[in-house]
Design a binder for this molecule. Structure first.
Ligand SMILES: [Zn+2]
Length: 182
């Protein structure tokens, strides 16, 4: 296992809320490694497990030269201050749209070894955390756009060359072949 194919918009795994990780085992460590390698290969600022077809609450990030991951994240807002700026997603290749996000967030969760960890982020890291935690809830960045931008996004998606190419299986483990959870 290493670099994995990234699931594209239209794949049901991307709109399925992911399950909490309950076992901090070798399989989870392999998942974090796969996510990290796939994110760096893409390259992207973050990657959530559903994007490689694994419906578990895990994401990785690579922001300002810091590479990390978070398991079972719970997000909190540090202030009402917002940021605006173009946001894209590896599951929507080549597309980006202005997306409002909170400027500062804090996320608590666990490392792949089961140790509690809290990340605080502003600007790009805050945007990344919100985007990835949304993925774990089955929410996509196009769901966060204002109505006019969303219309433009849906049009661009229909016209994108990858549109309609997504496969459609949902796994709850990186190695299981059965156990579909659609
Ligand atoms: Zn994304």
């Amino acid at each position: 296992m290493s670099v994995q194919p990234i699931r594209l918009f239209g794949d049901p795994v991307l709109t399925t809320p992911a399950e909490k990780v309950s076992t901090f085992d070798k399989e989870l460590r392999v998942l974090v490694k796969d996510l990290t390698e796939t994110m760096l290969d893409a390259p992207g600022a973050g990657l959530a497990a559903p994007q490689i077809g694994v419906s578990l609450r895990v994401f990785t990030y690579d922001v300002d030269d810091v590479i990390g991951h978070l398991v079972n994240p719970v997000i909190g807002v540090k202030s009402d201050e917002e940021q605006d700026g173009d946001e894209g997603c590896l599951s929507f290749p080549g597309l980006a749209f202005p997306t409002k996000r909170k400027q500062r967030v804090v996320a608590s969760g666990f490392t792949m070894h089961g140790d509690p960890i809290t990340i605080e982020g502003s600007a790009l890291l805050a945007r990344c955390i919100q985007h990835e935690v949304d993925h774990l809830d089955g929410v996509l960045f196009i769901d966060r756009l204002d109505p006019e931008q969303r219309k433009a996004a849906m049009r661009a998606i229909r016209e994108a060359e990858w549109s309609g190419l997504s496969p459609s299986s949902v796994k709850v483990s990186p190695h299981a072949t059965g156990g579909l959870a659609v």
